[in-house]
Every structure is written in structure tokens, then in C-alpha cells.
Write a protein that binds this ligand. Sequence first.
Ligand SMILES: Cc1ncc(COP(=O)(O)O)c(C=O)c1O
Length: 497
Amino acid sequence: MQTPQATTPLLTALQELANKPDAAFYAPGHKRGVGVSPQLREVLGEQVFRADLPELPELDNLFAPCGAIADAQNLAAEAFGAERTWFLVNGSTCGVMAAILATCGEGDKMILPRNVHQSAIAGLILSGAIPIFVTPEYDPNLDLAHSITPNAIANALQVHPDAKAVMLVYPTYYGACGDVEAIAQICHQHGIPLLVDEAHGPHFAFHPDLPPSALASGADLAVQSAHKVLGAMTQASMLHLQGQRIDCDRISQALRLLQSTSPSYLLLASLDATRQQMALHGEALMSKTLQLAKHGYAQIAQIPDLSVLQASHTPGFLALDPTRISVNLGNLGISGYEADEILRQQFGVTAELPSTQHLTFIISLGNTLTDIEKMVNAFRQLTQTRKSLSLPSQEQTVFSRWKEEFLFIHPSSFRLYPSLSPRQAFFAATERVPIERADERICAEMICPYPPGIPALMPGEEINLATLDYLHQVLNLGGSLTGCSDPTLKTIKVVKG
Ligand SMILES: Cc1ncc(COP(=O)(O)O)c(C=O)c1O
């Protein structure tokens, strides 16, 4: 007999309906592909439109699930080690916002690392919560911020015992994993929940050689981008919950506020299929992925002038996701942005994340040995031609200055910061000032180098020259910024007054 995890309740229901003739007088207007643009049909194929269906009775309702979606979500909860799971069609972005809205209201304090994703800042703006930022552990040699330590959380809670929740990013974009287990224990001793932005870690539950999942380490809630490292379609994510510290109804209510009332069944069915694939074959798929990553890691580590990120076994960096390879280019004298451009244009190799000194690669179940060999070969050739590619060393000192001032600007490792709550600053009267007059003004925008989408400035935060220098360098090096109303960054919006 088929085990329940071998079934795909939602995907199967969608498949049956997609193949059943119907005189369709409902949305979407392309009516199962008949009215779609021929070019779009050529690019995407016919079947995808037959399956692009709305909330027909057989397909259940994402916001009041009692049929195929409820069954699919229950199977996902079991496979990912949760008590309850919600499917998300607006990425982990809406999951992180819902986690904040469900736990913190206007004026409530939330403890979180400063290097959170912009979705957490959006959650703070929506909820009116006051962030208590904790400085993440930082490696100045690598110019990388890792996780926050249990000690830093314990200290923050001593100063702010009225905090309503703690949020962690686990793993970071670079695969660095902090001590979730110890932090969960501290949170629970204080009677508050630990929310984990595990956007980059949905594979952790499926192989013993990967770091433990946030839920297995005691987190109350985890948000995972199944589309980032598993086989789900872009935007398809999950929110998982366990225990009684968070009210399920508040999560459901928040998700109703944040998601479309016409959720895509293509995305939802891809979550059902991904869950089945991982439940049945996750360990084997992850074994193969780990082998590929290990091979790539070993080859790149042997190339002169390159090094690859390793766990430092400190409380802020206990373990590294071995499927995330971050190559340090510091000794080559080129930035990650420049290396990214060369690898992509000249070698047809595209990384996930360029940063000042690193290029970060996601190795997942979709990669092949050929991909890994192409990447290794591209790095070999890049290092051989490095002399003609050198950057003036001055540009790198600007980064160093920013990183030190940005991360170590405060005498204590945590403080109530920004000066206005993100929500107050978002709704405050604003004015535009030339960048030369922006120092020490309160920012009214959320400005993010993207990726990784970690805001360098957020509404309510005091602007300083080092941060502005850093943002200009990102632009000069070909990086992109999101969130600035003036894309040239000659002016910036600040709170009036
Ligand atoms: C740490 C982190 N959290 C949340 C998100 C948002 O995830 P999604 O793209 O699934 O909305 C991202 C996206 O890059 C991320 O890096």
C-alpha cells in the first residue's frame, strides 16, 4: 500500500481537473490557455495553462483549507517536523511578516539581528513593533556577518525583559548557522517564542550531515523558502509551527492580510510535489548534493589565491551548511561583484550572491557534476588572469570602514535602535535632501543592496557617512540597490524636521 507521504493530494487534484474538459466561465481569463498569447504559450507550453486554475471546489481554499490543501499541508507538517504548516504563495517574505504580525503589535519589542532580511523590517513597519537590534558576530577579515550568540540574546533580554519575541536568521545567506538550540532555551525560559527565518534551510530536515533544522533545535516557528534550495517554483514557501507559544489563528489572520486572494495553484501544487519528493527521496537527493558540494569545495580550495568559507565553531557560527559555497576573492584584488560579472559573461557560470569579497553559490538537488566542473574551471581561469583585473585597493578600504562603523558603531552589543520605530518613520512627514546634507538625519526609506536584501538603511535609522559611502561603492562596483526613491542616490528621503 502507498504510504501517505507518497501521495500528492493537491497536485493530483490539479492534474485531474486540468485534464477534464470544462466550459470555463471563471477567472483566469485565458480559460485554460485558449486565450493566452501565442508567444507566451510557446515559451511556457500548453499544460501549464490548463493547470492554472482558480479555487474550484475540488481544489480547496488556501484561506479556509478543509480538503486537498489541508491534506497537503498536513503531510508537509509531518515531513518537515512541524505540528502545523501553512503553504505560502508570496515567498518567505510574507511568512516572515506574518510571524511578526502574529507575535508583536504596536509598541511591542522584538529582539532581532541587525542583518535581517528586508521582509522583517517590512513586518516591523506593518506591526508597529520596536526592534531591539543585536549586533551579529562579525568576521572582519572576511567582511561577513554571521549569527547572533546566545549570550547576546540573554543580555538583550536582561535589559528588555518585556520583549515579546526573538527572531533569528538561520542559516545566513552564506550558510552560517548559529546556536538555535541554546537561543530557543533562553527564549523559553523568558516565556517568549523564537521565530526563525529559515528561508535558506528547508533542506536541513532531510539529511544527518546537514545542520539540524530550526524546529528540531526547538524553535517555535520557521519560515522556509522551498523555492530557494528545493524543487518548488519561485515564490513557493512554507511557514511551520510547533508548540503553544504562538496563536495559530493569528498566523492565519496575518497570512490572509498578506497574500493574494487568488493564490496560484501552480505554486501550491509545486509545494505538494516538493514535499513528496523530499519525504520519499530527500536523503538520497541530499547525499548526492552534498557529494557535489564537497567536490566543488575541495577543488576551489586548491586554487591559489582563493579560499572557501569554513565554519569557525564560535557561538555565532557553530556550523556551516555544506551546500553553500562562498569563495573569498580578497587575495585576487577583485570584488565579488566584478568576479560575478566575469564568471557570468565569459564562462556562463552564475552565482547566487556577489558581495564585497565573496561570491556565494547554492548547490542544490538541481545541480550536476558538469555545473561544478564549469564553476571550478571558471575560477581557475579567473585566477590566471587576475593581474589585469585588479581593483585599486582604496575601494576596499571604504568597505572596511563601513563594515566597522556599521556593525561596531555602538558601545554595547545591543541598543534600542533606530531612533524612531520603523512604522513611525514610514508614516512621518518626509523631505528629500541632497546626500551631502543627509549625515545624522533620520532615514525614511529602506535601502538595500540586492541580493542579499539586507537593508543598509531603514526607516527610522540615523544616516551616517560610512553607510552612504558603502552604498555608493555598491553602485560604483555594479551592484544594485532597491528601495531608494532616487536611484542615483544623489538625494535621499529623510524624516522632516
Ligand atoms: C534571509 C532571507 N529571509 C527571507 C527572504 C525572503 O524570501 P522569499 O524570496 O522566499 O520571499 C530572503 C530572500 O532572499 C532571505 O535571504
